[in-house]
Write a protein that binds this ligand. Structure first.
Ligand code: ADP
Length: 372
């Protein structure tokens, strides 16, 4: 902005106007002249300049009065005013600062001094604007964080209160039971308590994990062999798949490549995607894990023949606590935090996660990661 800045020059002596205008235009500034205070105020209203050079001795309304009016107006108070004064008039210079001037130049004009003072104040204007813009941006960011925190606390409270009241209900039932009643119902109630406690435990673990990740987890990135990583990720999954008679089909990468990841964190991603694929696929279905290798990146895909996800829910499934509502889903327990954790880890790796899904047919989650 500084070189193409817009300067308003207020002086009633045509020769001064000419000299200064020529000097400033030479440097690339856009200069508008005004020959008295009233015209200067009108010009500022019509289009606020970046800087004003203002002669003190103007007819009728002098420079001080013009400056005071500008400083009293919220829309013009931040425009810097440099006063033009007669040489060595100390009183006049002191007053210039008192009414809100930022600097002064003296007549007869010395080219280098005028340009140096103008340039300095334009840089200051630019820096102040940058600070203000940054402040507005930061405020918006903090407001968004505040809102997120509020939602998080609300959902967390709700999701924790439910299992807690179930536990308390069973405890109340157990309390004061006869030995005979205990023999009959005790096992069932204790199981109820333990289910509730496990639910609270997984919620708290996931919540703490997510909070820790969001506050900027440190990643230990290292080149990792893709096939080894996939094998580690699949370990144990076949047991869960078998329990539901789901065929877990793994197709190894067609060539050996290294990916740049924090293996511990990325294993949580893969584990989450495979667990979900098995969880949201009916018995007897199929889950495929396979890869696509590109020049700079690798795509890891987990495809299932499960329930699928309604289109309207897809934009939200990576949000914390979001779970798809529906008959099939409501029977499956979960915290709604898994995919929020997955997305956070993938994004911290500079990677991308995508999902394609067809209701009633299945879903495919793909993560794209940089090759080492
Ligand atoms: P949850 O603990 O509920 O599994 P997630 O964050 O892992 O939480 O997933 C959010 C929601 O996205 C799930 O509740 C489910 O409705 C949906 N979802 C995730 N993965 C699949 C999938 N493979 N097939 C169908 N729905 C899925």
């Amino acid at each position: 902005m500084t070189n193409s800045a817009n300067i308003l020059l207020v002086d009633d002596t045509p020769s001064n106007l000419d000299v200064l205008t020529a000097m400033l235009k030479e440097q690339g500034y856009r200069v508008r002249p005004a020959i008295n205070g009233e015209l200067a105020l009108e010009a500022v209203k019509a289009s606020p300049p970046d800087l004003i050079l203002l002669d003190i001795n103007l007819p009728r309304m002098n420079g001080y009065e013009v400056c005071k009016l500008l400083k009293a107006d919220e829309t013009t108070k931040d425009i810097p005013v440099i006063f033009i004064s007669a040489l060595n008039d100390i009183e006049a210079i002191v007053k210039a600062f008192e009414v809100g001037g930022v600097d002064y130049i003296t007549k007869p004009f010395k080219l280098r001094e005028v340009l140096a003072r103008v340039a300095t104040h334009l840089v200051l204007v630019q820096q102040r604007r940058q600070i203000e813009e940054r402040y507005v941006r930061d405020m918006k960011h903090f407001e968004a964080l505040d809102k997120m925190k509020e939602q998080f606390v609300q959902s967390a409270t709700h999701d924790l209160k439910n299992p807690l009241s179930i536990i308390m209900g069973y405890v109340a039932l157990l309390d004061g039971m006869t030995l005979q009643e205990f023999e009959q119902f005790g096992k069932e109630y204790v199981e109820g308590i333990s289910t509730g406690a496990r639910r609270i435990q997984s919620l708290i673990t996931d919540m703490l994990d997510l909070a820790q990740l969001q506050t900027g987890a440190h990643l230990n990135m290292e080149p990792t062999d893709l096939e080894r990583f996939l094998k580690d990720g699949l370990r144990g999954a076949d047991v869960t798949a078998n329990q539901k008679s789901i065929a877990l089909v793994y197709t190894p990468p067609h060539k050996s490549v290294d990916i740049m990841i924090d293996p511990k964190q990325m294993l949580r991603v893969l584990d989450n995607l495979i667990t979900n694929a098995i969880k949201y696929t009916p018995d007897g279905g199929r889950v495929d894990v396979f890869t696509d290798i590109y020049d700079d990146s690798v795509g890891i895909r987990v495809r299932d023949t499960g329930f699928g996800i309604p289109q309207k829910d897809i934009p939200h499934i990576f949000d914390a606590f979001y779970r798809v509502r529906g008959e099939q889903n409501s029977k499956i327990s979960g915290t709604g935090l898994g995919l929020a954790i997955v997305r956070t880890i993938v994004e911290q790796h500079g990677g991308v996660i995508e999902v394609e899904s067809e209701l009633g047919h299945g879903s495919m989650f793909s993560i794209f990661l940089r090759r080492a």
